[in-house]
Unconditional design. Structure first.
Length: 357
């Protein structure tokens, strides 16, 4: 009886799926162990090697379809059993697609323990840092609240005068998203490179990242949101490393009359909750009568939250703010009785609004 390479592939898939399913059912916990991972990694190495012989296009590094035993083994040890069982099904489905044949569903679906409820997403973590060398200048963030190879790295890379935004999330290959920073949106198209995705970016996004609090990559996944803590200093160092200098906001036109925009620090606290805290690069719109707005230039940029203070000429002032994230009008009153204190901060019983050059 003639046994084809394809039959060998599917036989391996069925045998190992049964083994992994039995292991998962018998386990007292959802943790993996060396024996479990040795069987899993050995299965992937044999199966993918055979599949590639049938169709070389089965090799897909971005989706984990490769025959490197140690990479599969190490990944298995770092992940729970149900995730590893899911990976077996994932490889099975991809092998079916690239070999052009069908294979019976894995028994793992019936014997594996039910998946645990999705955990609450952790708040973005980490702080941006600069790194440079070999002619490449970078500002990067490692966020340990995110899984490895699923967005735990976000990097700006400047080389040969071009800037790329790089993510270790590989689910967005070929996608076009609207990256959001403090209410501003920037369309980006994502390509793949090794185990990352990337998109070329322009200076408007860089400027927004320097002054923002959080960046969302736009994949409709709450995991893919990142803090921008430390981004301003790290980006400045990256630009200086490449000989481009630090970008500076456009100076307001020299005029003796009329409103103007300056950039400095600003803060907004309402009912004990801090909504804006920008130590630098905050747009502050100022009128000649002392009225000022924070976190907006009232023309091209409007932050998620912003506020307005209007002095009455007697040492006190009244204030308004937009009250809801993304609302475009300062329609909500903050009350009257604001008085100027230290560091450019106006305060009353309810709120504090600060603006300083």
């Amino acid at each position: 009886m003639r046994i084809s390479v394809k039959n060998i592939v599917f036989a391996c898939l069925g045998t190992v799926s049964v083994f992994l399913g039995a292991q998962a059912a018998q386990a007292q916990s959802n943790t993996t162990d060396p024996a479990f991972c040795d069987q899993y990694a050995g299965y992937l190495r044999r199966t993918v090697t055979q599949a590639i012989q049938m169709n070389p296009r089965c090799l897909d590094w971005d989706r984990g379809v490769h025959d490197v035993y140690q990479m599969h083994y190490d990944w298995c040890l770092r992940n729970p059993r149900d995730s590893v069982a899911g990976a077996a099904d994932h490889v099975r489905d991809l092998v079916i697609q690239c070999t052009g044949d069908w294979f019976e569903p894995s028994p793992l679906q019936t014997v594996a323990p039910p998946p645990a409820p999705a955990p609450a997403y952790a708040a973005p973590q980490g702080r941006w840092q600069f790194s440079g060398g070999r002619g490449i200048c970078e500002a990067e963030l490692w966020d340990n609240s995110k899984p490895e190879f699923f967005g735990n790295l976000l990097r700006l890379e400047l080389w040969d005068g071009k800037i790329r935004l790089i993510s270790s999330y590989t689910g967005g290959i070929g996608a076009t998203t609207f990256v959001s920073v403090n209410g501003q949106q920037f369309p980006l198209s994502w390509d793949s490179e090794s185990d990352t995705i990337f998109s070329y970016v322009d200076m408007p996004l860089i400027q927004a990242m320097k002054s923002g609090n959080q960046i969302d990559l736009g994949f409709d996944n709450p995991v893919l949101r990142y803090t921008l803590s430390g981004s301003s200093a790290a980006i400045d160092q990256m630009l200086q490393c490449a000989g481009m200098g630090a970008p500076k906001p456009k100076p307001a036109p020299a005029a003796s009359k009329g409103p103007k925009v300056i950039y400095g620090s600003c803060k907004l606290i309402v009912d004990g909750v801090q909504y804006v805290n920008m130590p630098a690069n905050c747009p502050i719109w100022m009128d000649t009568d002392g009225t000022f707005w924070i976190n907006t230039d009232r023309e091209n940029y409007l932050g998620d939250f912003f506020a307005e203070i209007s002095p009455f000429g007697d040492g006190t002032a009244g204030g308004h703010w937009n009250a809801e994230r993304g609302a475009t009008h300062a329609q909500a009153p903050l009350g009257e009785g604001f008085r100027l204190g230290k560091n450019g901060c106006w305060s009353n019983a309810r709120a504090t609004v600060c603006a300083a050059r």
